[in-house]
Design a protein around this ligand. Structure first.
Ligand code: SF4
Length: 476
């Protein structure tokens, strides 16, 4: 009997996409903390979303049961992922669509670029999609001479500003309206030079530009919030209606979806479509929920493609603790309650996935060594766990990943020294007696030499007891 060795699941490749931190979180966070305008914008936006979300969640007496149901559905999906993905492929194909499997970002970019080239078009409209940002699709399309046009208002602001998104749901959360006006005047084709910074005027300018773009573009690229294995139906939820234009007007529709977005059955959507809007935008129901199943002759896109993206997800699935991160429905509730995110914003996380979910997802997709500071970008207060509509235990994953992150040499040397001492009873007793000198340092570690004084700057150093257990025992 011969066996084929398939190897360990690979992490996302280097050099493509937006998953890796350019600089460690502490350095990037320090810079962000020095920007008062950014902190004002973030504080205002997260406080407003939190309050709105809290109000509509409070209306549902069965919110906790819904969370349990969402969590259980995701756990079941992950346990049967290969089978469900094959079922999804069969259903999409039977409905006239074409399914492509992409092992990583490079392969996904090649597939999408090839599909657009085959149409002969040189421009695509895009629905906001984290997966395409993750793989750096816009850069790959641009390198192939294809112009991607983001149609979500916040994404458009980010794209025209040659900027990076800083929030899952509100990618331009770091910009205020004066800054947005400047970006539009500078980079939006055909904009009125007398444009004001009134929200209605800014939205009107974007609408005029996008409407014209929708009507003359024949290819669109979308992400997907959910894909139903049983029927082959794909679903996109959004708030502006731009998604619906992208999904219905073009002749060719290409969807790039992380493999974890599959759900077993149509009924499962009932749970997620209640959880998602309340946890994310604080709405009772999503303003635009678009669903499509393959091709409908004479109605909507006649070429429908689905690209199933792994890019490190199988490696995440292989980790018994960390795999919960794949349950994420990208609602961004954990960002809005996180005291660290609220102060630093999303850019400090270096990856397209910011905030608490980014701190556990990015290091797993890339391998912890490539995002080693992110598991520490948290106070472990647990607010993210409480807010998560699918009950992802983010603090436990953070601690788990800290254990896997490469540790500084000094820390490894200190641990080796501690192990040596604890292995030798006399030495250990002497060390305990010496530790009593620690009482002299007092609370807050005053008197400790660097680098221990740094550790103690925000912690109370526990005082050693007046007598060790051995001394107490000997006295009796
Ligand atoms: S981890 Fe939970 S709270 Fe955070 S974005 Fe994902 S689903 Fe939402």
């Amino acid at each position: 009997m011969t066996r084929t060795f398939l190897g360990m699941p690979a992490t996302a490749p280097r050099g493509v996409g937006h998953l890796r931190e350019g600089e460690p979180f502490p350095a990037a966070a320090r810079r962000a903390l020095g920007d008062p305008q950014l902190r004002r914008n973030l504080g205002h936006a997260t406080t407003t979303i939190r309050a709105k979300s809290g109000r509509v969640i409070g209306e549902l007496p069965d919110w906790q049961q819904l969370r349990d149901a969402g969590s259980a559905l995701k756990a079941d999906t992950m346990a049967r992922l290969p089978e469900l993905l094959e079922q999804l492929e069969s259903a999409v194909t039977a409905a006239g669509g074409t399914v492509h499997w992409a092992a990583d970002a490079t392969e996904a970019n090649r597939i999408v670029t090839g599909l657009v080239r085959a149409t002969g078009e040189q421009r695509v409209t895009k629905v906001k999609s984290m997966a395409t940002q993750e793989i750096g699709l816009n850069e790959a399309l641009a390198a192939a001479g294809i112009e991607p046009v983001e149609t979500d208002l916040a994404e458009l602001i980010v794209q025209l500003g040659a900027d990076r998104p800083s929030h899952i749901l509100v990618p331009a959360i770091h910009r205020n309206r004066a800054e947005i006006r400047e970006i539009f005047l500078r980079a939006m084709p055909g904009v009125d030079p007398a444009l004001s910074d009134e929200p209605a005027a800014l939205a009107g300018a974007a609408r005029a530009y996008l409407r014209e773009t929708f009507l003359r573009t024949k290819v669109a690229v979308s992400g997907a919030n959910f894909a139903v294995a049983e029927t082959g139906t794909l679903a996109v939820v959004e708030s502006e209606g731009n998604g619906r234009m992208c999904l219905t007007l073009p002749e060719t529709l290409i969807t790039v979806m992380g493999i974890e977005k599959v759900v077993p059955s149509w009924r499962d959507l009932e749970v997620f479509l209640q959880l998602l809007p309340r946890a994310s935008t604080g709405e009772r129901m999503n303003p635009y929920t678009s669903m499509w199943t393959g091709v409908t002759p004479g109605d909507g896109p006649q070429q429908v493609h689905l690209v199933l993206l792994d890019n490190g997800r199988s490696a995440v699935l292989a980790d018994e603790v960390g795999r919960q991160a794949l349950h994420c429905i990208r609602c961004s509730a954990c960002l809005n309650v996180c005291p660290v995110y609220e102060r630093t914003g999303g850019h400090a996380y270096g990856s397209v996935y910011p905030g608490p979910i980014g701190a556990v997802l990015s290091p797993q997709l890339t391998g912890v060594a490539d995002n080693a500071s992110l598991p520490y970008a948290s106070s472990l207060c647990g607010a993210c766990f409480d807010a998560c509509p699918v009950k992802i235990d983010i603090p436990s994953i953070l601690v788990h990943l800290r254990g896997r992150a490469p540790h500084p040499r000094a820390e490894a040397a200190a641990m080796a020294a501690a192990a040596y001492v604890m292995d030798r009873p006399r030495l250990y007793a002497a060390a305990q007696r010496a530790a009593r000198l620690g009482r002299l340092t007092g609370r807050r570690g005053r008197g400790l030499p660097p680098p221990l004084s740094g550790w103690a700057a925000s912690r109370d150093v526990p005082e050693p007891p007046p007598a060790t257990f051995r001394e107490w025992w000997a006295r009796r």
